[in-house]
Design a protein around this ligand. Structure first.
Ligand code: HEC
Ligand code: HEC
Ligand code: HEC
Length: 136
């Protein structure tokens, strides 16, 4: 039996092998940080906090921050409840812009980085104002 176009077949197989392996190749070295990318919580506002905490414990925030946002929006928009949230003795508005983003003013290094990693694209910023970021 004669193999026609042996060269092309070989290249085809090679391309296939590389494509099939690419998820593994691109993930090499990632395994240790698989739960999350390198996000930063060293913003000026957070550095000012005596007790460097979020509005709920970290693990809880990681898993359910969208629910916190929903409940804040419902409180403000539906119930006109704008009572502040207390963190480390400081008051924060139940607000995306003036609450979350007051502390997490580094949206790109925080929210965006993690969302890019998990491939979610919240559409909030079509209406809500993004924090102005200092480019370092
Ligand atoms: C179509 C425009 C629009 C989009 C998209 C939108 N919002 Fe809002 N949001 C509003 C408006 C208008 C208010 C009312 C503002 C007020 O009364 O202070 C509001 C209020 C809120 C509030 C409470 C007050 C404040 O200043 O933050 C939260 C929290 C909130 N939205 C979260 C979100 C989140 C999270 C998303 C994305 C998942 C989102 N919103 C997407 C328009 C929008
Ligand atoms: C008072 C400042 C402050 C406010 C307001 C705040 N955060 Fe945080 N956030 C922090 C700090 C500090 C941490 C790190 C907490 C820790 O290490 O225990 C954090 C952690 C988080 C994490 C977990 C990150 C990780 O390590 O996986 C998420 C997600 C988050 N915040 C989202 C939000 C959202 C969404 C809001 C608004 C609903 C918000 N934060 C409001 C200061 C704040
Ligand atoms: C540690 C990773 C991480 C960080 C940091 C983070 N998020 Fe998220 N976020 C997620 C994940 C994962 C989801 C999707 C959860 C799901 O689909 O159940 C999500 C979903 C959301 C949603 C709902 C989106 C939708 O379309 O339903 C909103 C709103 C949101 N995040 C806001 C924020 C804001 C604002 C910040 C920054 C203050 C932030 N997140 C920081 C991981 C993160």
């Amino acid at each position: 039996m004669k193999i026609y176009n042996g060269g092309k077949i070989f290249i085809g197989l090679l391309v296939f092998a590389v494509l099939a392996a690419s998820p593994f190749i691109f993930n090499m070295g990632k395994s240790k940080t698989a739960e999350k990318p390198d996000i930063r919580i060293d913003t000026p506002e957070i550095l000012k906090l005596e007790d460097k905490k979020c509005v709920a414990p970290r693990e809880q925030m990681r898993a359910t921050h969208m629910k916190v946002l929903d409940s804040w929006r419902d409180a403000v928009v539906r119930n006109d409840d704008r009572s502040p949230v207390l963190v480390s003795g400081r008051q924060y508005d139940k607000s995306l812009q003036n609450g979350c983003m007051k502390c997490h003013s580094n949206k790109e290094e925080f929210c965006d980085k993690c969302h890019a990693y998990v491939e979610v694209k919240p559409t909030c910023w079509e209406c809500h104002i993004e924090p102005k970021e200092k480019k370092s």
